[in-house]
Design a protein around this ligand. Structure first.
Ligand code: AMP
Length: 284
């Protein structure tokens, strides 16, 4: 039986637990999550274990990053199963506060990220999102005081926003990005995949297939605008409503005209039924 990690849900207990973890000079990595864990999250834990002696995973479905019309209420939650998975993965500490602990009465501070948070990708469709993410991540980082924090490239724009945030606020933490873990079909693992019917799940594999195809063609010097137009049509034919399919500079997220403006990243967001999926790939 793997050792069950300590689970704490209040800040003073967290501070004590982190002090204990650090005994003997041990380094600490944090993996922030919203729970409903899958192999993508566990790959972040594995990377965290390579980067630090001790690993903390936070599990908090952050109301501040959901708009009223989004899926906060229905977002999948299963802390018991998450803890079992984290025990198997060798996590030392689970930080699982509730909303009142994170946002007690009178809470009145919100970080307003700019730069990559205003790139015109996720922010164009979820204008409240990065403010909520930046605020909660700043709190998680100051609560857990990790040496390293791991974020998935799955949420590519978010990774850029957090990297900027940590630099701008002089947070003494190294932000590390982790590659996307996919289903056999190519579909990027996501807690929201649980919403998909079998038919939608089969259609959802189109996103990665189109991204890979577009990336290959752009690498072969085909015109970016034409490649993305054809990719858009294919995604729509599979039953999606597209929010965006764009080629951007992989670091700055600036708009690009040709492959010479690279390195490039292709990013997509699309809705199928009531489920919104995002994905991205590098242009090789
Ligand atoms: P979430 O629980 O969806 O907020 O995700 C928590 C962290 O896991 C974020 O840094 C995500 O980017 C990362 N993540 C989610 N899905 C994947 C995946 N399929 N592969 C790698 N990282 C992921």
């Amino acid at each position: 039986m793997p050792k069950r990690p300590s689970v704490v849900s209040h800040v003073p207990a967290l501070r004590r637990a982190v002090r204990n973890l650090r005994r003997g000079g041990a380094t600490v990595a944090l993996v922030p999550t919203m729970g409903a864990l899958h192999d993508g999250h566990i790959s972040l834990v594995r990377l965290a274990k390579r980067r630090a002696r001790r690993v903390i995973v936070s599990v908090f479905v952050n109301p501040a990053q959901f708009a009223p019309n989004e899926d906060f209420a229905s977002y999948p939650r299963n802390l018991k199963q998450d803890i079992a998975m984290l025990a198997d993965a060798g996590v030392d500490l689970v930080w699982a506060p509730d909303s009142k602990t994170m946002y007690p009465p009178g809470f009145a501070t919100r970080i307003a990220p700019e730069g990559p948070a205003k790139a015109g990708l996720e922010d164009a469709f979820r204008p409240h999102f990065f403010g909520g993410v930046a605020t909660v991540v700043a709190k998680l980082l100051t609560q857990c005081t990790p040496d390293v924090a791991i974020f998935g490239e799955k949420d590519y724009q978010q990774l850029k926003v957090i990297t900027r945030l940590a630099a701008d606020l002089d947070l003494p933490v190294k932000i590390v990005g982790a590659p996307i873990v996919r289903e056999k079909s190519g579909l990027a693992m996501s807690s929201r995949n649980a919403y998909l019917s079998d038919t939608q799940r089969a259609a959802a594999a189109t996103l990665y297939r189109v991204l890979k195809d577009c990336a290959g063609r752009i690498a072969d010097k085909e015109l970016i605008a034409r490649v993305l137009d054809e990719g858009t049509a294919e995604i729509e034919r599979a039953g999606f409503t597209l929010d965006y399919l764009e080629a951007r500079h992989a670091d700055s997220l600036a708009k690009v005209e040709t492959i010479k403006d690279g390195p490039l990243r292709l990013l997509v967001a699309a809705r199928i039924g009531a489920t919104r999926l995002i994905d991205n790939v590098a242009v090789p």
